[in-house]
Design a protein around this ligand. Structure first.
Ligand SMILES: NCc1[nH]cc(CCC(=O)O)c1CC(=O)O
Length: 301
């Protein structure tokens, strides 16, 4: 049997797809890549926030799955909606990359404490978290795949752009111009790879189970449940990061006002076995503290 892996065509997507192909071949199976264009790849100009769809990068792959053109599809899990379409299951695969964001500096010599920042990013989460910390920031919209974004930075007079460590590292593009942003709370499941497949395909279900790392799956589930319960179908500046420490899970979650005026945080350390059932309490803590007003404002826009 030849396993068909659906993937987007960007360099990062192809790296991820080739990684998965290698993992499947290590199990003694044969695999090939099927390259598929997504709406997000075709419309490269609209601001991501305005396209207002988690899923613009994944819909074409979902359709190919449901049409049985492919057996499974590979994603950056953070780009995949928390609720898959009917008939599709999403799961993490493999180890997690460093989940953090980095600032890629245009000029390493520049004084990072300077009074005004010009930052390129299309992410509402990165904008809100950065603005909360550095009030005097001018943002510049930034879209496109990882190499394109870096070229836009080199061609600009911006101070820097914010990118996921994971994407840069996978493409061997980390260098001394990159500063890791330890204070920034990453997107839920940033740095984790995801596989989507037809729920009624037991062969692929068994295969993906073999490629799953239990701790990565648990952390992803906790972070994505936090996202799902908090945003309830719209798209908000939400961060979440879970880490395993022995028998416990250490969780940090955040909701920011999109303008960076206000933010709400939770930090929890709980037993691994209890974490998933506690996520709704953490979400409620944020809502009751004032996060509910932020969510109402976002939903009204
Ligand atoms: N939205 C684009 C995207 N989707 C996944 C990654 C990086 C890899 C990952 O986070 O798993 C990136 C680039 C970025 O955010 O800089």
């Amino acid at each position: 049997m030849l396993i068909k892996i659906g993937t987007r065509k960007s360099k990062l997507a192809l790296w991820q797809a080739n990684y998965l192909k290698g993992e499947i071949e290590n199990l003694g199976l044969k695999a090939e890549l099927v390259l598929i264009d997504s709406l997000g790849d075709i419309d490269k100009t609209s601001e991501l926030g305005k396209l207002n769809q988690t899923g613009i990068f994944t819909k074409a792959l979902d359709n190919a799955l449901l049409d049985k053109e492919i057996h499974l599809a590979i994603h950056s899990l953070k780009d995949y909606p928390t609720v898959p379409p009917d008939g599709i299951t999403i799961t993490s695969t493999g180890q997690r990359e460093d989940p953090r964001d980095v600032l890629v500096n245009n000029d390493v010599e520049r004084d990072i404490t300077a009074s005004v920042f010009n930052i390129g990013t299309g992410s509402i989460r990165r904008k809100a978290q950065w603005k909360y910390k550095y009030k005097n920031t001018i943002f510049h919209n930034l879209r496109g795949n990882v190499p394109t974004r870096l070229e836009k930075l080199w061609d600009s007079d911006w101070d820097g752009i914010i990118m996921a460590h994971a994407g840069l590292n996978r493409l061997s593009m980390l260098n001394d111009q990159c500063t890791t942003l330890d204070w920034m709370i990453p997107a839920p499941s940033q740095g984790v790879l995801g596989i989507s497949y037809r729920t009624d395909d037991p062969f692929i279900a068994k295969l993906t189970a073999q490629l799953q790392v239990e701790e990565v799956e648990l952390c992803s589930q906790v972070e994505r449940k936090f996202l799902n319960l908090l945003e309830g179908g719209c798209s908000a500046p939400i961060g979440a990061l879970a880490k395993i420490k022995g028998d416990q899970i250490v969780f940090k979650g955040s909701l920011h006002d999109p303008n960076g005026y206000e933010a709400f945080f939770v930090e929890k350390t709980v037993d691994k076995g209890e974490c998933l059932s506690q996520v709704s309490d953490w979400v409620n803590e944020i809502l009751v503290a004032g996060g509910d007003k932020i969510m109402l404002k976002i939903k009204a826009q």
